[in-house]
Design a protein around this ligand. Structure first.
Ligand code: ZN
Length: 196
């Protein structure tokens, strides 16, 4: 059985900076490269964003990235039953009464869409990120999440750009280093037991 890799990205800016080559509202070219890499490697990608989900969804659609899932605080675009197209959910399918950090609990989102043996990769920089990061096998962190990882002694890669995430994943894929992390696996098993 081949392992499924999931990348969840929660970073404030997904769009290109304003310069002549990259008109505002277009996807950051390094993010586009990361999405292309993920498509090539069959890595399922989810983008978590604050309240601009609809425009992010439209932007991804216009650029041909229809398989990328988008989740906001109030809406999710997730695969339908057939797994061939994305459907909009306006409720909170991943609410978690135990979690006061996120409305759509990112941990539950991650666990709800991954199977046993999958490798979960999380990249983030904000307030809600410690919640899922503890359950992820590979963590890319900066800002608040980086500080939290240091405090909790969680191994992470620092990243400054999407390009750095792609380069690191390419190296780890080539060396078959993308594997479950024992502490994250244990946490996931505990979470599944509580939910069951
Ligand atoms: Zn949460």
């Amino acid at each position: 059985m081949s392992r499924v890799l999931h990348v969840l990205l929660d970073v404030e800016r997904l769009t290109a900076s304003r310069d002549a080559e990259n008109p505002p509202g277009t996807i950051d070219p390094e993010l586009a490269d990361l999405l292309a890499f993920s498509r090539e490697q069959s890595i399922a990608t989810t983008i978590l964003c604050a309240n601009t989900g609809k425009s992010v969804r439209r932007m991804l659609h216009d650029a041909g990235w229809d398989e990328v899932r988008v989740v906001t605080e109030s809406t999710s675009w997730l695969p339908d039953e057939s797994g061939t197209s994305l459907r909009e959910h306006a409720t909170f399918p991943f609410a978690n009464t135990e979690c006061d950090r996120c409305a759509q609990c990112r941990r539950n989102l991650m666990l709800g869409t991954a199977g046993e043996g999958d490798v979960l990769i999380y990249a983030g920089d904000g307030h809600s990120d410690p919640c899922p990061a503890e359950y992820a096998d590979i963590v890319f962190a900066r800002g608040r999440l980086q500080t939290w990882c240091q405090q909790q002694n969680i191994t992470y890669y620092h990243f400054g750009s999407f390009g750095e995430i792609r380069r690191r994943l390419a190296i780890d894929c080539a060396h078959r280093r993308l594997r479950p992390r024992a502490r994250a696996e244990r946490k996931r098993r505990e979470a599944y037991m509580v939910e069951a």
